[in-house]
Design a protein around this ligand. Structure first.
Ligand code: SAH
Ligand code: SF4
Length: 383
């Protein structure tokens, strides 16, 4: 739990972990609750600001612990209220966090890894390769930073962040322990008090980890489907070759049935022009999901340079939605928000210090074009 400074970073500790920490330094467990409130409700990172903790204990804490969020590289606010932060994590990479206010809700989209090893064909994060898993402090630190930007507890009776989705950069189930710890802090009343229904983990389908997740937590689950048959899904979501549709959907059904209380799986489906947006794909989806309690969220593809894909026309999107709707599905189309700050799904690029050679290969293809791409311009801006 301690880092390069040799101090324990209390930001990423769950309540039981923080209680154990206090015991380990010879203090009472109830201190954990006091300190969690200071950190998460009041956004404090200075032990001296903790007025209900005596000077001696504050000094002891300063010697062995710290409260340290990821470093903020930039913060942008879009004309539509969307906010985006780029933060630098310990590995040196940058990741992105996005806040989207809509219909009385405030949804924070949080990253779990710097880059992603899974390389879905239409995802710009995947094209960046993979650098590191975020620590629990780096994951909850994104919520901490966003929450602080709205002021502290007395000023926010109307909570700004009502929902959290693990839909930023990375595959959350491949950074299991840290993601679970961070989600526990999100739901804890001493943390952010967000209901389990309003914390959603999105996965591309790491089937065994879906079962493991069900053993430890009861957050909402979203599956990135993107294709209704294995041949096409193998192409778009390569992890499908390891865990094909039947295996992954079974794991999702087991997860959802454990939750009970009429909770359903969210299916995410990125619509790619002429690739997965045809009437026959809609028909296959209906067949595939006939016994899966779910709601479907269509995400029109958000283009990025040299992706090789296009967004379908609005008519094609509406036709696809209608076909699913007529078959009895609850279907929504995700509207693109924060366009002016590049905050849309799949446009989260950050700045990954790639450990794989994937980004090199991708950049080689990009460089065939003479005009600087949006990603190249953004990377320069971050330097
Ligand atoms: N790795 C996880 C969570 C992060 S991706 C997952 O794949 O589920 C969050 C969502 O954005 C996923 O459904 C993903 O497929 C989608 N997405 C990725 N790139 C996109 C793009 N260019 N346009 C639209 N959606 C995209
Ligand atoms: Fe990774 Fe999700 Fe992007 Fe696939 S869609 S490459 S799993 S972040």
């Amino acid at each position: 739990m301690s880092d390069a400074t040799g101090k324990v970073n209390l930001l990423g500790l769950t309540q039981p972990q923080l209680e154990r920490f206090f015991e380990s330094i010879g203090e009472k467990r109830f201190r954990a609750g006091q300190v969690m409130k200071w950190i998460h409700h009041f956004g404090v990172d200075d032990f001296d600001a903790m007025s209900n903790i005596g000077k001696a204990l504050r000094e002891k804490l300063k010697a062995s612990a710290e409260i340290r969020g990821p470093e903020i590289v930039s913060q942008d606010i879009s004309s539509d209220g969307t906010r985006k932060w780029v933060v630098r994590v310990a590995s040196g990479s940058c990741v992105e966090t996005v806040y989207i206010p809509q219909n009385g809700r405030g949804t924070l989209c949080v990253s779990s890894q710097a880059g992603c090893s899974l390389d879905c064909s239409f995802c710009s994060t995947g094209k960046q390769g993979f650098n590191s898993d975020l620590t629990s402090a780096e994951i909850i630190g994104q919520v901490w930073i966003a929450n602080k930007s709205f002021g502290t507890v007395p000023a926010k009776i109307d909570r700004a962040i009502t929902n959290v989705v693990m839909m930023g950069m990375g595959e959350p189930l491949l950074n299991f322990d840290n993601v679970v710890a961070a989600m526990n802090i999100m739901m804890d009343d001493l943390g952010y008090g967000i209901s389990k229904r309003k914390v959603t983990l999105s996965t591309s389908g790491v089937a065994p980890m879906i079962d493991k997740l069900g053993e430890v937590i009861d957050v909402s689950l979203a599956l990135s489907l993107h294709a209704p048959n294995d041949a096409l899904r193998n192409e778009l979501v390569p992890i499908n070759r390891k865990y094909p549709l039947a295996v992954v959907l079974d794991a999702c059904k087991r997860y959802i049935s454990r939750l009970g209380e009429k909770r359903v799986l969210t299916i995410e489906y990125t619509l790619l022009k002429d690739v997965n947006d045809q009437p026959e794909h809609a028909a296959q989806i209906v067949e595939l999901l006939q016994d899966v309690p779910c709601k479907i969220n269509l995400i029109p593809f958000n283009p990025f340079p040299h992706s090789g894909y296009e967004r379908p026309s609005n008519n094609a999107i509406r036709r696809f939605q209608d076909l699913l709707h007529q078959a009895g599905h609850n279907v929504t189309v995700r509207t693109t928000r924060g366009d002016d700050i590049d905050a849309a799904c799949g446009q989260l690029v950050g700045q990954v210090m790639d450990r794989t050679r994937r980004s090199e290969r991708y950049i080689a293809v990009r460089e065939l074009s003479e005009t600087p791409t949006v990603m190249q311009r953004r990377q320069t801006n971050l330097n």
